[in-house]
Design a protein around this ligand. Sequence first.
Ligand code: BGC
Length: 392
Amino acid sequence: MKPSFSIITIFVLALQIGCQSGSNNQTKHANETMKANITKTAWGALPDGTTVDLFTLTNKNGLEAKISNYGGIVVSLFTPDMNGKMEDIVLGFDSLDEYVKDTPYFGSIVGRYGNRIAKGRFELKGKTYNLAKNDGENHLHGGLKGFDKVVWEAVPDTSSGEASLNLTYVSPDGEEGYPGNLEVRVVYTLTNQDELKITYFATTDKQTPVNLTHHGYFNLTGGAKRDILAHELSINASGFLPVDSGLIPTGELRALNGTPFNFKTPKPIGNDINFDDIQLKLGLGYDHTWVLSNHKPIGEVGLAATLLDPESGRYMEVWTTEPGIQFYSGNFLHGKYKGKGGVVYQDRWGLCLETQHFPDSPNRLIFPSTILVPGDHYSSTTIYKFSVKRKL
Ligand code: BGC
């Protein structure tokens, strides 16, 4: 194995976003008079005629996120590089039709259950529930028509001085096999501290599993110029969950030291990804849950992961209330998707950092519970925070 972390021979200096100047017309400037804003445009229609909108959120520093009420998809996210150049740091498509046709969950809200439930089955109060099986014999990301494929009710809000999009959806009892009417609210806020903050809320009228997450594929190069193997990742974890051939956790919590899964200090993703390790072979790379060790009080966010593209200087922190994070290194892209601007997304062209409870928790009583009961309130927060680091 290569050294467990890269020897960083450059010094980095955190820069304030927005104090850069530039001549490129993609460059946006922080401006004292600039205010958070949100606008709405028609984006198209689904095959059944339902119309879909696209909301453009901007913050006072000129960061911009375009979010659709179809699947709550973050279609684009513009953040500055070390020279202040604004570029898009998420994978996706140019048109609604392409998302509807076939997407590997680009930028979407995932639910009711982010990640897999073994054999699409679980028992609750003595009753067996059978879910849609959409990943071999297993259930993945909410089933055949999960929250990534529904149209959410959208209400923009700038009353707090920040741009927020409130999305609500009522998932009917029995949808994709899940019990209970589940009322879900997801709020995206592009904060003036250069964060994409996502808060999730849910209530139910019958006991049911809930595990909501966001499935953004990040590529901090801007405009997906290259793969993500040189991105330096750290994960604040105590261990990871080994999986079986269906990518279902075996129940073991494995220590990180001495394994290619050790990202306790920042390491280029490509360093160990091809290491001869059965877990990497099963996932075709990284596709596992890390058990976070950020020991935060319940309901408060802790630092889960950091990501740096040394070339552009773009730096992202992930903060969450969740106990786990699925790091998926984009192993199944296979050049199958022609994305924004005609860029073909090859394997490892984007990576997901999906904050969540552990996969298959409804069948693993040793894992933290994902069961929401009537009268209780599900809530979860994740923050993707953007800044830059400059080589000296
Ligand atoms: C999973 C991968 C899956 C991908 C779907 C990720 O969250 O961990 O196994 O292939 O979603 O695009």
